[in-house]
Design a protein around this ligand. Structure first.
Ligand code: KG4
Ligand code: ZN
Length: 350
């Protein structure tokens, strides 16, 4: 089955064509980062307007890259699209385009959960085994909007077992970069500055652990939850009391801050892997580009005897190959009547 996927949940307009869930024939991503950079964050109105402008050309480019310019739409068996979670006005742009295309091509429309697609993204790598050979999977989605651990006993079944209680990891990176006077988005900037530092313990930042005896949070085990808001406050106070004298200081602070986020995620992951319930761990989302996080997760999984599948760098951030791929594996909702609506608050497993 050849699926054309569409993704527009935040600030990337993306389309891709994937055969049988695994073989990426084309993947086009138009990033709006330069449009939002002057504001230091995503501006929803600018995002939705840009999606409307770009979705047509991006779709055409993906189809032409897969099938040539003569009959770019002929090989498509289904159209898949993210319907949540994300910004409502951004999701609507992609969903409307997908409905129009499905109608025009007379092909089925498949709704995809963006978080489940991030968890699927490691399977776009040709070296990854098929999901059916992975046993029980621990999923970790780490992005600008989400940080959650997901139990997947079987392909297509998801239950959130842990998550951030406040900011997402990407948000914590982005806010810190702002405080440090680094560029937007902050994750890559902090990663770059941190890698220049000779040590990672110059400043001791909190690890966002729940207090001993904390009650379960929203039915989740508190030991699998993390909080990043105190970390940002602690950086603010550190900078007030110890203004960095130059780039060397900034890189030392960035390295300690990155270490705190990465340690928090690695620690919760090690807790989730205890008990030897999982055979595989799958990680996706923009923050999984972080080099230190990739290293630490490798070490945690090695210690736990669990196979780690990380998304390839081009499929870590928002992209449509993960949407088309998951749909091609049967991981979406078929919408025969086209009356599906966006769901900005959708969670993995909903
Ligand atoms: O998955 P994504 O592209 O979009 C969302 O769905 O949010 O993730 C974007 C987030 C941003 O917060 C960005 O700062 C972060 O991913 N990010 C990183 C790195 N590259 C991107 N965070 C840490 N280290 C990186 N190398
Ligand atoms: Zn995302």
């Amino acid at each position: 089955m050849v699926v054309l996927g569409i993704e527009s949940s935040c600030d990337e307009t993306a389309a891709a064509v994937v055969r049988n869930g695994r073989e990426v024939l084309s993947s086009v991503v138009f990033s709006q980062v330069p449009l939002h950079r002057p504001y230091g964050g995503v501006v929803p109105e600018i995002a939705s307007r840009s999606h409307v402008e770009k979705i047509g050309p991006v779709l055409r480019e993906a189809a032409e890259k897969a099938f040539g310019t003569e009959s770019p739409w002929s090989g498509i068996d289904a159209v898949a699209v993210t319907y949540g979670p994300g910004l409502a006005s951004s999701l609507i742009a992609g969903l409307s385009a997908a409905k129009g295309l499905a109608l025009a091509l007379d092909k089925p429309l498949i709704g995809i959960n963006h978080m489940e697609a991030h968890l699927y993204s490691p399977f776009l790598s040709p070296d990854a085994p098929p999901p059916s050979e992975c046993g029980r999977i621990l999923g970790l989605a780490v992005s600008g909007g989400h940080t959650c651990w997901v139990d997947s006993p079987r392909f297509g079944e998801y239950e959130i077992i842990g998550q951030t209680l406040d900011d997402a990891a990407g948000e914590a990176f982005d806010k810190a970069a702002k405080l440090l006077g680094l560029g937007y988005p902050g994750g890559p900037e902090i990663d770059r500055m941190a890698s220049l530092a000779p040590r990672t313990d110059a400043v001791r930042f909190p690890r966002g652990r729940p207090k001993p005896g904390s009650p379960a949070w929203g039915g989740l085990n508190a030991e699998l939850c993390v909080s990043f808001s105190g970390l940002k406050t602690s950086l603010m106070y550190h900078l007030r009391d110890n203004p960095p004298a130059g780039e060397d200081d900034v890189s030392l602070i960035a390295a300690s801050y990155r270490e705190a986020i990465v340690d928090s995620i690695a620690e919760r992951t090690a807790t989730a892997l205890k008990g030897r319930k999982y055979q595989t761990m799958c990680v996706g989302g923009g923050v999984s580009l972080n080099r230190r996080l990739r290293e630490k997760l490798e070490s945690v999984c090695r210690d736990a005897g669990v196979r780690l599948l990380l998304a390839e760098p081009r499929y870590c951030g928002d992209n449509a190959a993960m949407i088309a791929g998951l749909a091609g594996m049967g991981g979406g909702v078929k919408c025969d009547t086209l009356d599906i609506d966006v769901n900005p608050a959708l969670e993995a497993g909903d």
